[in-house]
Design a protein around this ligand. Structure first.
Ligand SMILES: *Cc1c(COP(=O)(O)O)cnc(C)c1O
Length: 427
């Protein structure tokens, strides 16, 4: 199978050859690799070449690809039916399981994607407060809902279009922007619009400008601003949920939001996401309340089966400490290899999320993330790809480890990186 031919075929029928922009390798150049199979810590391309996978479907596969328990649950559901469009007991079981894992939430609704979860959460917050404006942070990505495509991260940042065309001025005007980790800026917005802010939405650990941890006091400060001004604090934990701790970032940083959005890991590889909130907020959601939100395939039996099996397995394996140790090992190995060869890097890491930035300065927001050497990252990416290691094809995305990544995989990654750094020194 010829990569160029497949790419040509894809580009003729899919905009940019892809169904999601970052997959197009725009941030690193070259033609994407077409994958055919996955197992454990590996992806395999159409020619059978193996890659240690550090993207993990952009986060979901925290236990590695194809855990047998999830596959079995799907086979079992497959034999009983794909989709009913009715109530099932399994939906309530999954909701209870999720609510038991994340802190402080009373009810949730299942949806099909992280985008739907964040869009719906903001609608509910607006219905609940009767206000229109939201605050979001520059470089944070909350899916592709209109309100969020103002100074967005992820593919929007990778492709140099953080604010999308096709978003009306009215919508854009209701989205107020502050820099990530800049509490003062958020406070100024509240002082300027004391009576019109429905919600603050934030990635409690930013993962869509590369990994950027919250500075001490940032999340706590947002909590107290929202309480003071009667706004809803939404933690967008689509990436961090079940990733940075069992109960996500809310648990890890002991800051209690009013709503939490989830996705990625929650579906175990199938399209499933959720938005959760305190009871008085979720009472607003139709048919209980007057905020409308619905979905033909919401809570569909296949996704629910996968999500339930995946989360149950997570609970049983309790992988978070081990995952963090593995990631500490990999990140310090990468840092050591760079320093040994006089290459300046920042390795930002929270739990099993990490990003390697080629810069001597700390990365704490979009400005410092954009100051890193993205061209060097692109060369690094291609050297790794060649060596059979699949990093995210953009500087502005998080890499992930799974429980399936073993010591020898990590050593292989460090060794390949070291070879790249050495070459740079000898150039
Ligand atoms: C991935 C992501 C989303 C969007 O989820 P989709 O399922 O791609 O729509 C929203 N917020 C965050 C923080 C994400 O990482």
């Amino acid at each position: 199978m010829n990569r160029e031919t497949t790419w040509e075929k894809a580009c003729a029928v899919l905009p940019g050859g892809v169904n999601s922009p970052v997959r197009a390798f725009g941030g690193v150049g070259g033609i994407p690799v077409f994958m055919k199979r996955s197992a454990g810590a590996f992806l395999f391309d159409e020619n059978g070449k193996a890659y240690i996978d550090l993207v993990l479907s952009w986060g979901p596969m925290i236990l590695g690809h194809n855990p047998p328990e999830v596959v079995e649950a799907l086979k079992d559901q497959l034999s009983r039916g794909l989709s009913f469009g009715t109530c099932t007991g399994a939906e309530a079981d999954l909701a209870a399981l999720i609510l038991n894992m994340i802190p402080g939430m009373d009810m949730l609704r299942l949806v099909n994607s992280g985008t739907e979860a964040t869009m719906s959460a903001v609608r509910v917050a607006r219905g609940y407060t009767g206000q229109d404006k939201i605050i979001k942070f520059r470089g944070c990505y909350h899916g592709h809902g209109d309100s969020f495509l103002i100074q967005a991260g992820s593919g929007a940042l990778t492709h140099g279009a953080p604010s999308s065309l096709g978003v009306t001025a009215g919508t854009a005007g209701d989205t107020l922007i502050a820099d990530y980790n800049d509490l003062q800026a958020a406070e100024s917005l509240f002082e300027r619009y004391p009576d019109s802010i429905a919600a603050v939405i934030v990635e409690p650990v930013a993962g869509n400008m590369g990994v950027v941890p919250p500075l001490p006091g940032f999340l706590e400060g947002l909590r107290s601003l929202c309480s003071r001004f009667g706004s809803v604090l939404i933690f967008d934990e689509v990436m961090t949920g079940f990733r940075v701790a069992r109960g996500g970032a809310a648990e890890r940083y002991s800051v209690q939001p009013d709503m939490i959005t989830l996705g990625k890991i929650a579906g175990g590889g199938l399209p499933l996401a959720a938005y959760a909130g305190k009871r008085e907020i979720m009472n607003m959601v139709s048919p209980l309340g007057k905020v409308y939100q619905a979905g033909t395939l919401s809570g569909n039996p296949m996704a629910v089966a996968a999500g339930t099996a995946h989360l149950r397995l997570l609970e049983r394996m309790n992988p978070w400490r081990v995952l963090e140790e593995k990631t500490d090992y990999l990140c310090s190995g990468l840092k050591r290899a760079a320093e040994k060869n006089g290459v300046s890097v920042q390795v930002n890491q929270v739990g099993s999320m990490f990003t390697l930035f080629f810069t001597a300065e700390p990365v704490t927001d979009t400005k410092s993330a954009l100051a890193a050497d993205a061209a060097c990252f692109a060369r690094f990416f291609h050297a790794m790809l060649e060596a059979g290691i699949y990093f995210p094809p953009s500087q502005y995305e998080s890499a992930f480890l799974s429980l399936a990544h073993e010591q020898n995989h990590l050593d292989q990654i460090i060794k390949a990186a070291e070879t790249f750094f050495e070459k740079g020194r000898n150039q």
